[in-house]
Design a protein around this ligand. Structure first.
Ligand code: GTP
Ligand code: SPV
Ligand code: MN
Length: 594
């Protein structure tokens, strides 16, 4: 028995006051028992067994349907170590504030103890956490999203290191909700929310915020990235990672189905991960990536058998659906999903719903919340890579950064070199989505899609990326992509989804030293004819619009880069300022004095 673990569980149980503490072993029998309990209490609803075998439905509180970044804190001793992009409070205050909400909050409930591993159990790169929670929904979701149970405890032995993760629903009151991280103590406390990224502590809290802090100390990278493999007709597979902000297309790109013309030639995409990548320098001098998760927590709306058939196949069994529409026939539905809307059902709030329903202002009432999601095991994905659990990971040829920009950013742009690529990542901006609380559509800087997930000062984070570049003998090439450019009428210019494969094809050609490129002020863009568009009908002039670099817009953007860097005081590495000045020079503008 692990004495420190036992003592910690006792101490937390004294704080939270559950009726009982139950250690979970991860067995099938345990799963069935927990599901039956959750169904009996109404926390989960069983879906139609014939059509969705083993699937469950959950509705989170109406005020608790996305990550609450304004209630999320990084508690380092020094405020500067959290940096200007994180909410901060001193560790003592974090423990005190969250502790006051936790105190006695599990009375009448069970506290589940969930030992879990991020990364395959026993992989040299895996990290272990133990989550305590009073939510059966969270316990059952952790079973899908992580490797958990007895095997992890065995691995931990009598004295292994683990992240202490305390989670409680309390009364699910947004006024009494806080998610506090203590990277210097390897601990996370989250109270008052039952929603995904706030409550499944292995995901954003451990695998990104705590892990990014560890990664900097240990010389690796913990990133908000998908990982995919592209197999060519000769059977050779090359791997790509991509960082896009929440709800900006990682799951879709990771599971992409290539266009017919490519499939006919024998091209194929393999999914390694859809949200998080841990990257290290391998013995061969390349960058290698592992997916620390075991499942997908994917956005439902917009997912149908045309846009993402692989996701749809993945969630046909043993999945948990959260905040979708619950149809009267025991199935689920969402806007932009398959088939016509069911004639009757209950919406994500639990209110009666029918197609065409309007609210008091005459606006359509959504059946599913825009951030409604499915939770399903990665191994159920038809295109899961045979190497997805490889303890060493997969070698990376290209790293993509991107965001949702209706103007400015071209479809694809290659960095001149690693440091320029770090600048491209550091200056990513994106329109806000429904995955986090806030004004949808508002453009904000989201460097490397890590704004809400970096567990330390982002100025130091950029320095760490630059330092990694100095240490990787054979670095991947870095690109910026944007699938979301729109025309004057607000329509997407690029068809996206499977057609994005055409861009990946050019990217991989560039990595092999092939593929034509023209130099612009912002980077290397496909030269005329270099993108293979066979079989794709793009209207006259659309490709030119997608690949256009408008000097006056970029000069304006330059000021946005500077304003963002200025927030960090002296903590932005000099190399990024040099990149900034070089960009200004290429644009024929003068960089504003710093
Ligand atoms: P998180 O799970 O929040 O990290 O999101 P994600 O980055 O995995 O995003 P996801 O793939 O789930 O896509 C989010 C939304 O973007 C969905 O509504 C998709 O339909 C839409 N989307 C994804 N790829 C594309 C694309 O290439 N073009 C367009 N126009 N929309 C896309
Ligand atoms: C995201 O918001 O980036 C997600 C969902 O992947 S959550 O688990 O809530 O973070
Ligand atoms: Mn995500």
């Amino acid at each position: 028995m692990h004495a420190k673990l036992a003592a910690w569980v006792d101490e937390m149980a004294r704080l939270c006051g559950p009726d009982r503490v139950e250690w979970l072993d991860g067995s099938e029998a345990e799963k069935e028992r927990l599901e039956a309990q959750a169904v009996a209490s109404g926390e989960l609803i069983r879906l139609d067994h014939a059509r969705l075998p083993g699937c469950l439905y959950h509705r989170s509180a109406a005020n608790d349907v996305s990550r609450t970044e304004h209630l999320t804190y990084v508690c380092t001793r020094s405020r500067d170590d959290a940096g200007p992009t994180n909410n901060w409070m001193p560790p003592e205050e974090g423990y005190r504030k969250a502790g006051a909400i936790f105190r006695g909050s599990m009375k009448g409930r069970v506290m589940y103890v969930i030992p879990f591993s991020m990364g395959a159990v026993g992989s040299p790169f895996a990290k272990i956490g133990v989550q305590l929670t009073d939510s059966l929904y969270v316990a059952l979701s952790m079973r899908i999203m992580t490797r958990m149970g007895r095997a992890v405890l065995d691995r931990l032995g009598a004295a292994g290191e683990f992240t202490r993760c305390l989670h409680g629903k309390a009364d699910l009151d947004a006024e009494r909700r806080i998610i506090v991280h203590f990277p210097e103590d390897n601990a996370i406390w989250s109270v008052g929310s039952g929603y995904g990224g706030n409550a499944l502590l292995g995901k954003k809290c451990l695998a990104l915020r705590i892990a990014s802090h560890l990664a900097r100390r240990e010389g690796w990278l913990a990133e908000h990235m998908l990982i995919l493999g592209v197999e060519d007709p000769q059977g050779r597979v090359e791997y790509i990672t991509g960082a896009f902000p929440s709800a900006c297309g990682k799951t879709n790109l990771a599971m992409l189905t290539p266009p017919e013309a490519y499939r006919a030639k024998g091209y194929k995409v393999w999914t390694v991960g859809d949200d998080i990548a841990w990257l290290r320098i391998g013995p061969d001098g390349r960058l290698w990536a592992v997916n620390p998760e075991a499942g997908f927590f994917g956005v439902a709306p917009g997912t149908d058998s045309r846009s993402n058939p692989n996701a749809l196949a993945t969630l046909q069994r043993d999945a948990i659906f959260t905040n979708t529409l619950l149809a009267d026939d025991g199935t689920v539905w969402w806007e932009g999903g398959n088939g016509p809307a069911p004639r009757k059902g209950l919406d994500w709030r639990g209110q009666p719903w029918r197609p065409g329903l309007l609210d008091d202002d005459g606006k359509p009432v959504l059946g599913a919340h825009p951030n409604s999601r499915f939770t399903a095991a990665a191994r159920q994905c038809p295109c899961i890579s045979p190497r997805w659990e490889d303890p060493q990971g997969v070698p990376i040829s290209a790293v993509l950064f991107g965001g949702r920009r209706e103007r400015l950013a071209p479809l694809v742009c290659e960095a001149f070199d690693w440091n320029h690529g770090v600048y491209l990542g550091a200056t990513v901006a994106s329109e806000r989505t429904a995955a986090q609380v806030g004004t949808i559509g508002e453009v904000r800087r989201d460097p490397m899609a890590m704004l809400p997930f970096c567990g330390y000062n982002m100025g130091d984070y950029f320095a760490h990326w630059l330092e990694m570049g100095r240490r990787i003998p054979k670095p991947p090439k870095i690109f910026h992509v944007n699938w979301f450019r729109k025309d004057a009428g607000g329509k997407f210019l690029w068809p996206g989804f499977g057609e994005n494969f055409r861009v990946l094809d050019w990217i991989l050609a560039r990595c092999r030293g092939q593929g034509g490129a023209r130099e612009t002020a912002i980077g290397l863009l496909p030269e005329s004819g270099a993108l293979d568009l066979a079989g794709l009908e793009l209207s006259q002039g659309v490709l030119e619009r997608l690949l256009e670099v408008r000097r006056e817009e970029w000069v304006e953007e330059l000021a946005g880069h500077k304003a963002f860097f200025d927030r960090f005081g002296g903590r932005i590495p000099a190399e990024l300022w040099r990149q900034h000045e070089a960009l200004a020079q290429r644009l024929g503008a003068t960089a504003a004095a710093r």
